[in-house]
Write a protein that binds this ligand. Structure first.
Ligand code: GLU
Length: 421
């Protein structure tokens, strides 16, 4: 019955369901639980953009600020045709728990514009980004809410946000966004951070399961900033990346792919199919159930669901994407003994280095790449160990343990600040 209800959960309902599951293992005051399940502010804007053909098109954009009890709101902005209010609400809530799991002083937010980024020119993207920034400018800021890249946004988009916001303020404000180009106050190591964190936590899971990384078969969904970097990291550690995909489909070779070659091809579908890369073509759906040891979903949410969880062959799933696994699939995977490193832990490397970037911007400091890599690795390892300890002590899976940790920290902060007035 419960499982049937799960079937049609939208991302926000999915995020709320996860909180319910974790809260059942916690002794939370009902008022505090209600407070942290609610989003604090939801901004929806419909704004005009002048397109290359001279026409004006109206776009819909969102910024959902879930919770800022522990620090300013933090979270990316995505450009995607499927962006809607419920997806952004879920993503904002996951940012709150994620920042708390790695114990950085941020709250959670997320934004998005419903659009087809692949069909837009650079000029149209810039116009859309600048107007969206104008629409949001009274709600964001280095001490208020700090956007960052997410699906189909990148350092270039962050530069436009930073420029527009700075013009509106009358002085340069680098700390208003993270994930900026290095030349504009971006941090060394930020681009690699999410993929690096996914690799580090997956490697910790492999060590726990006595699975040697050398020769381990890894399947990666997504070849962008997260999947592409993670693939390179696994390959460098001697793992066999047997499959990787982009939004159109993937490549599979059971003996292992040449990751560099496969990534160089990812934007040219013809090359994907050519004889230069010895591999078989697979769909994104098929890719998830390929024989492998570690599955690394790094694309969109909801891809591991009731319909395919039974067929997943991996021993470890490291979630580079946000919300790739539905609660119903979680139950199936738990029953089958699959070790899931949940999104709010596995992909927290991005927001962690965003925090380093913000700290450097506020203090006009420059940290070395080595310093950033060491701090990131320390935080990811520490968070993994803490989540795993809770998982063992309470007899719960890693997602529930991560939620217990994250929600517990936010709830403690709410309790201390109190409910005003
Ligand atoms: N979009 C990334 C995430 O989902 C990074 C967010 C940030 O750096 O603020 O974690």
């Amino acid at each position: 019955m419960d499982q049937e209800r799960n079937h049609h959960l939208n991302p926000h309902q999915m995020a709320l369901k996860q909180v319910e599951i974790a809260a059942a293992h916690m002794d939370l005051d009902p008022g505090i639980l209600a407070k942290i399940m609610a989003t604090e502010k939801e901004i929806t804007v419909h704004f005009p953009v002048k397109m290359d053909d001279g026409q004006v098109r109206i776009f819909t954009g969102y910024r959902v600020q879930h919770n800022d009890t522990r620090g300013p709101y933090k979270g990316g902005i995505r450009y995607h045709p499927e962006v809607d209010a419920d997806e952004v609400r879920a993503l904002a809530m996951w940012m709150t728990w994620k920042a708390a799991v790695v114990n950085i002083p941020f709250g959670g937010a997320k934004g998005g514009v419903q659009c087809y980024p692949k069909e837009m020119s650079a000029r149209e993207m810039e116009n859309m980004t600048r107007r969206f920034t104008w629409e949001l400018h009274t709600f964001i800021g280095p001490e208020r809410d700090i956007p960052a890249p997410d699906v189909y946004t990148n350092p270039k988009v962050m530069a436009w946000i930073m420029d527009t916001y700075s013009i509106l303020k009358g002085h340069v404000v680098p700390g208003v966004v993270t994930g900026k180009p290095l030349e504009l106050g971006g941090s060394l190591g930020r681009f690699e951070a999410t993929g690096r964190g996914v690799f580090v936590t997956a490697a910790q899971a492999a060590a726990l399961l006595d699975l040697p990384l050398a020769g381990a078969r890894v399947v990666i969904q997504g070849a962008g900033n997260v999947g592409g970097v993670a693939a390179a990291q696994f390959a460098a550690a001697g793992a066999r990346v047997v499959a990787i995909s982009d939004s159109k489909g993937g490549l599979y070779n059971e003996k292992g792919l040449d990751v560099e070659q496969a990534l160089a091809c990812k934007n040219r579908y013809q090359c994907f199919l050519s004889e230069h890369v010895p591999a078989r073509e697979v769909t994104n759906e098929e890719l998830l159930t390929l024989p492998c040891d570690i599955l690394v979903p790094c694309a969109l949410g909801g891809v591991i669901h009731a319909g395919n969880a039974d067929y997943i062959q991996a021993r470890i799933i490291a979630e580079g994407a946000n919300g790739p696994t539905t609660p119903q699939a979680d139950a199936v995977l738990r029953g089958r003994g699959v070790f899931v490193v949940p999104d709010i832990l596995a992909n927290a490397g991005g927001v962690t280095v965003s925090y380093f970037e913000w700290v450097q911007n506020l203090q006009n400091l420059l940290w070395s790449e080595q310093e950033i890599a060491q701090r990131l690795e320390g935080i990811m390892r520490g968070a993994f160990a803490e989540v795993h300890r809770i998982s063992r002590e309470r007899g719960v899976d890693m997602r529930t343990a991560a939620l217990i940790l994250g929600i517990g920290r936010v709830a403690a902060a709410v309790r201390l600040r109190g409910i005003y007035p």
